[in-house]
Design a protein around this ligand. Structure first.
Ligand code: CP
Ligand code: NVA
Length: 303
């Protein structure tokens, strides 16, 4: 069976990434023009497995399914007990007998890999400790809407070398963008030997150096879900990496600000910066729905 999993940017061919972006752009325009999308996923069901909390991912996937004429089922950590109440493989086999696609937000990335292995329906990574590919693609959609292009732009990521940073680095490399990253020592994105992977154009511990000449300044929380025990130590260590007006003064005047949200205002980003006209954070959040709608349309309706 030919199924289109979306597990990571690294495992998705570049022409498919472009196709998914174009599908999202078409469906966004269709809804804006006609007030609705065609019900191309009528009768189709997406199951959403969450081991962690979510606002955007849950609501954007569920809304996208409704817009396409289908439905979504939310499974909370308590309900499913993935890997505890039953094995990931058994859950995958059972769910793929009921539904048409599975979206999972997990701690271990391997759980999503295993779901995809044992499900005969497409599996989507809705965030793992390793990566957040739907976020990165919605972000590229937002960047392209703003600049009218992707190739040649530079994105500077300031903060933790985490799941969001990894997906952004890979996505930037696929669309010929430069990716700069500034992290505290010890919080870098690990180097990888994977040939499908990418390298940062600049990996530094100096946030000012990273943002100089950049078109997009991007940050994320210093404490990802599952790292709550490190909250105090991380907050102290990451303070010099705050995206504030002093750092933005080092970036070009045309540079935009992005954050995947949820934002911890006053920590990784200041109120004045996230609420400034150059901040695209809410357009970025809305595009989660549009990108994922394009992805679901491709998976469920050959769009
Ligand atoms: N950006 C993002 O994935 O948000 P949620 O954690 O609210 O889904
Ligand atoms: N890096 C964050 C992203 C939240 C959307 C986390 O994993 O918690």
């Amino acid at each position: 069976m030919n199924k289109l999993d979306f597990i990571s940017i690294a495992q998705t061919p570049s022409d498919m990434l472009r196709h998914l972006l174009d599908a999202a752009i078409k469906l966004k325009a269709q809804r804006q023009k006609n007030g609705a999308n065609a019900p191309i996923a009528a009768g189709r069901v997406l199951v959403m497995i969450f081991e962690k909390p979510s606002l955007r991912t849950r609501v954007s996937f569920e809304t996208a399914m409704v817009h396409l004429g289908g439905a979504a089922i939310y499974l909370s950590p308590q309900e499913i007990g993935l890997g505890q109440r039953e094995t990931v493989a058994d859950a995958a086999r059972v769910l793929s007998g009921f539904c048409d696609a599975i979206m999972a937000r997990t701690f271990a990335h391997q759980t999503i890999v295993d779901l995809a292995r044992y499900s005969n329906k497409p599996v989507i990574n809705g965030l793992s400790d390793h990566s957040h590919p739907c976020q990165a693609m919605a972000d590229l959609m937002t960047i392209e809407e703003h600049f009218g292009k992707l190739a040649g732009l530079t994105l500077a990521y300031v903060g933790d070398g985490n799941n969001v940073a990894r997906s952004l680095m890979l996505a930037c490399s696929r669309f010929d963008m430069k990716f700069n990253i500034a992290t505290p020592p010890g919080y870098e994105l690990p180097e990888t030997q994977d040939p499908a992977s990418a390298a940062a154009a600049l990996a530094t511990h100096d946030p000012q150096q990273a943002v100089r000449g950049a078109d997009i300044i991007y940050t994320d929380t210093w404490v990802s879900m599952g790292q709550e025990a490190e909250k105090e130590s991380r907050r102290a260590l990451f303070q010099p990496y705050q995206v504030n007006s002093a750092l933005m003064a080092q970036a070009p005047a045309h540079a935009i600000v992005m954050h995947c949200l949820p934002a911890y205002r006053g920590l990784e980003i200041t109120e004045d910066v996230i609420d400034a006209p150059r901040s695209l954070v809410f357009q970025q959040a809305e595009n989660r729905m549009h990108f994922q709608k394009g992805l679901l349309a491709a998976q469920l309706a050959n769009f």
